[in-house]
Design a protein around this ligand. Sequence first.
Ligand code: ADE
Ligand code: ZN
Length: 326
Amino acid sequence: RPIESFIRNLPKAELHLHIEGTLEPELMFRLAERNRITLPFASLDEVRAAYQFSDLQSFLDIYYQGMQVLIEEEDFYDLAIAYFERAHADQIRHCELFFDPQGHTERGIPFKTVISGLRRAQDEARERLGISSGLILCFLRHLSAESALATLEEALPYREWLLGVGLDSSESGHPPVKFEAVFERARQEGLLPVAHAGEEGPPSYIWEALDLLKVLRIDHGVRCLEDERLVARLAAEKVPLTVCPLSNVKLRVFDTMARHNLKELLRCELCVTVNSDDPAYFGGYLTENFLAVQRALGLGFTEIRQLADNGFRASFLGEREKGELL
Ligand code: ADE
Ligand code: ZN
């Protein structure tokens, strides 16, 4: 179909991608073997069978378990370069990657090991694949504010390798206010703030992310439609939402793709972008996310073009770089 080849060939930006969520079962097995780690799965099919989620937490349990095979700098490089190759095939020109340092430092892996491996893959992606990228350090919201602050301090020697800070993991019960101080400190360093909000959590978490963390984008944010005043504010201030359609269906935020509210978000004149979140776990990379919403919601060429352009507009690229890519 013409719209499918249009989607495949469209230059794209990706703004909501957890690099640890790109760990494919094949690489998980290879790294487990290389690092002599015993996986709780006997085969690739057993791994894939375990990827049946009922909500965000049921996914996170498997996600934190999967990342335990990442030990050496080379492992983080292998993970990230595999993503960049995949991104290249999807016509991605720019990406802003999340990483979860606490998922590694809590297991005794030095911060330097993590960021050095990722950085090496970023350099290669720029040189060899023509993909620009930035790193967004995410704080795990199920851990304490003190742990987040300690993580930021550990990261500051690598300040120049970081684009921003984010907030992810278990949303319910961990409102943004818990991380007000660490975001303040990160902003003082010039790090650009974003946060997951309104994925499973209520609209009040989106308000808090805006007012207390002063975020420049909302990751997910799909529950904003429950609050008319919030929608008006997001539209007036042009706050981008990084929406992840396949993720939302896999984690049961919406029962089916046909029930996804992306089209309503567009109708409310919100700056909606399409992203893949944790593609190795949710069954598709960026192009598949575009194809899935297009099919289920009957999006036209204009809407698809709008979504892809929004990805570049909502990115943290400079105005001149945006102009060159748009
Ligand atoms: N960590 C990885 N993916 C996530 C998501 N979709 N929501 C919250 N935390 C995450
Ligand atoms: Zn996410």
